[in-house]
Design a protein around this ligand. Structure first.
Ligand code: NAD
Length: 248
């Protein structure tokens, strides 16, 4: 048996950096063969290389997750190579902030298709082999903004709240087939995405967090790894906030 046949196979989108990269590394450390997906081979390639160099098992796959036809084609190719998938983590996401009257249609569409449409497309194409095998895990990375809303982020909040509805619906559709579907809703995590906030905004955010610090990508990776594990087999349709206590 080859190395990848012995290991559970996990596909992680948005694995080029930030939270997705930490999730890919963590799943590799817990024994998965990880397919690191991002838009460009220049970002997911080095992540997979580093995992392999440190004794894990990974490969990279460059796909624009906002392009449903590309996701379908990539899924078919992926399934031809691997036959199956055990864990799907939908983590790719973008922001295009602006108050509603100034928000371009293009910014609405890009955020909805990248954050929410991608979860629909990957779940549709990789959920099928999971239901056939009667085992699988889908973990969608949403945001506390999907629970709270946020001025200037109507597109992002709608996409992330949509992920919660999708998660709960698919959990009900797939439960009879022993496939669990959950969401992890991070609070404010130190990544390139939050580095775009100015110092004043960052100070104001930390002031709202009971644990008085931003989270780390590893905090989200730990929860995701747990949900992917056998210990989480009786948990489905849930949204887990990992946010230093912001949403209670
Ligand atoms: P990031 O910007 O650092 O990384 C995003 C990753 O997604 C990159 O690897 C990028 O290549 C990939 N990606 C973006 N658009 C893509 C596309 N069309 N096709 C393929 N890949 C694409 O972001 P992050 O901070 O690590 O956030 C990761 C996820 O966590 C996102 O879904 C984000 O909404 C969510 N989140 C982040 C925070 C935070 O504070 N950083 C908080 C809540 C939720």
């Amino acid at each position: 048996m080859s190395d990848t046949e012995e290991k559970k196979v996990a596909l992680v989108t948005g694995a080029g950096r930030g939270i997705g990269k930490a999730i890919a590394e963590r799943l590799a450390a817990s024994g998965h063969h990880v397919i690191c997906v991002s838009r460009s081979a220049g970002s997911c390639g080095p992540v997979a290389d580093a995992i392999n160099a440190s004794g894990g098992s990974a490969e990279s796959l460059a796909v624009d997750v906002a392009d449903k036809a590309a996701v379908e084609a990539a899924s078919e190719k992926f399934l031809e190579a691997h036959g199956t998938v055990d864990v799907l983590v939908n983590c790719a996401g973008i922001t295009r902030d602006g108050l509603l009257f100034r928000m371009d249609d293009a910014d609405w569409d890009a955020v909805l298709s990248t954050n929410l449409g991608s979860c629909f497309a990957w779940s549709k194409h990789l959920g099928r082999p999971m239901t056939r095998k009667r085992k699988g895990r889908i973990i969608n990375i949403s945001s506390v903004i999907g629970l709270m809303g946020n001025a200037g982020q109507a597109n992002y909040a709608a996409a992330k709240a949509g992920i919660h509805g999708l998660t709960k619906s698919l959990a009900k559709e797939f439960a009879a087939r022993n496939v669990t579907v959950n969401a992890v809703a991070p609070g404010f995590i130190e990544t390139d995405m939050t580095a775009e906030l100015n110092e004043q905004q960052q100070t104001a955010i930390v002031g709202m967090i009971p644990l008085k610090r931003m989270g780390r990508s590893e905090d989200i990776a730990a929860m995701t790894d747990f949900l992917a594990s056998d210990d989480a087999s009786y948990i489905t349709g849930q949204v887990f906030t990992v946010d230093g206590g912001m949403v209670m």
